[in-house]
Design a protein around this ligand. Structure first.
Ligand code: AMP
Length: 408
């Protein structure tokens, strides 16, 4: 191979700034804008995958039949092919059914969506007052995925939803809201817009779900969220999901939740079964050259490439296209339907390569990614784990490559 993969001897867990020659130059990044990146020692991008047999398999205490779900809902769960509750479902569903507030420490891929949808759907079945459930997610794609799952689970139950996200026409959403669906699923900005137009009666909501709360904070949605939650009754049920608990998140939890129970299924194992290596490159042009050559390899059959900027992601995707490697790109400069189309092409395996920014790819459920390639290094180690968690899911083996500057 013309590119060089590098191994750093010793532990994979050496701390950033550890005594490994110290020649990487801290958080410095030539000419970059925006918040400074946190320095991540390249050794943290390297990991020998743990064999599947070494993994601890979670043993669910419940079967879906143990939960007090009505027969239609139970049938819909079976139709989806779910046999055993995942860890978060197993631990969260009984408490949510009891009406408790919940903090779910869980990342994408854990089954957290069904963990909150199923008990809330069960509770809403047969009710006519509407709308009563508000689900807020950071990105349009995530909101859409939640809505898709909702429709499957609620099929035949006379429960309806409105998807309230930006980037698409507001007229249809206004029409949907006038039909008074029980569930409103959306992103903060557009929700706030329609609340201001008095189309969403917050004061009658009984259930609030905040999904990927940490991401919403990262994306600057805190004022919108505060405004929305401030308009809801205080005796609501609140279900709060986040992959991380920072002091800022803890402060939100303290103000939004009452006597919550906490379920944590977040473990580091998402990265343990991912084979992780670094690839050294001189500069951007060299990275492009190496990547293009790599992607010609047959084993790269479903590849997610992460770039830092909207512009860089589009340029890289265009370059790959021009080099005979069809790719699609998702980033904030694309409108909603373009993003959806790109995602669908990739999910349906009509193109092998998806180039994305972190924000655009957030929370997306894309099964069976063979490789994650970090064309640009992530902002911090958590983002790295989040990125590579897209491969090696559900016990499948996956590979992650991270481009780093050539080490001298
Ligand atoms: P989520 O973490 O909610 O994004 O879910 C990740 C993926 O796991 C989705 O494709 C779900 O449909 C799937 N999933 C969730 N719960 C289960 C389950 N109990 N059994 C099988 N698949 C599941």
């Amino acid at each position: 191979m013309a590119y060089q993969q590098r191994r750093f001897g010793g532990s994979n867990n050496s701390r950033p700034g550890g005594n490994r020659g110290g020649s990487f130059g801290g958080a410095r990044r030539g000419g970059s804008k925006g918040p400074a990146k946190k320095y991540i020692h390249p050794s943290k991008f390297i990991n020998k995958a743990v064999a599947k047999s070494d993994e601890v398999v979670y043993e669910s205490k419940h079967k879906f039949a143990d939960f007090a779900f009505n027969s239609v809902l139970f049938g819909n769960i079976s139709k989806k092919g779910y046999e055993i509750p995942s860890a978060i479902q197993d631990q969260a569903i009984p408490s949510i059914l009891e009406g408790k507030d919940l903090i779910g420490l869980a990342n994408t891929g854990t089954g957290k969506t069904a963990a909150f949808l199923l008990p809330v759907i069960e509770r809403e079945t047969g009710t006519h007052t509407s709308p009563t459930v508000l689900i807020i997610a950071p990105t349009r794609e995530l909101a859409q995925q939640i809505d898709e799952q909702f429709r499957e689970f609620a099929h035949g139950l006379n429960l309806f939803s409105a998807l309230i996200v930006g980037g698409v026409s507001v007229d249809r959403q206004m029409r949907d809201l006038k039909r008074r669906p029980q569930f409103i699923i959306g992103t903060p900005g557009r929700l706030k817009d329609l609340i201001n137009r008095r189309l969403i009666p917050l004061d009658r909501m009984t259930t609030l779900v905040l999904d990927e709360a940490d991401r919403m904070l990262d994306m600057g949605f805190l004022p919108d969220i505060r405004a929305i939650v401030g308009g809801m009754p205080t005796d609501r049920q609140t279900l709060f999901f986040s992959a991380t608990i920072t002091p800022e998140i803890q402060a939100l939890v303290n103000t939004f939740l009452r006597d919550p129970i906490t379920v944590s299924v977040r473990t580091s194992e998402t990265s343990e079964h991912v084979e992780q290596t670094v690839i050294e490159a001189r500069d951007k042009a060299h990275k492009v050259e190496i990547l293009t050559e790599m992607l010609r390899g047959e084993e790269y059959d479903k590849v997610l490439v992460f770039g830092e900027t909207k512009f860089g992601v589009q340029r890289l995707s265009d370059h790959l296209d021009n080099s005979g490697i069809p790719s699609v790109a998702i980033h904030g400069n694309k409108n909603q339907s373009q993003r959806q189309r790109a995602l669908k092409q990739f999910k349906d395996e009509r193109v092998r390569v998806l180039v994305a920014t972190d924000v655009a790819a957030r929370g997306l459920d894309i099964p069976n990614v063979s490789h994650v390639i970090n064309f640009d290094t992530p902002q911090n180690y958590e983002d790295y784990i989040h990125r590579i968690g897209r491969t090696g899911r559900a016990g499948a083996s996956g590979k992650a490559h991270t481009f780093i500057d050539i080490q001298r």
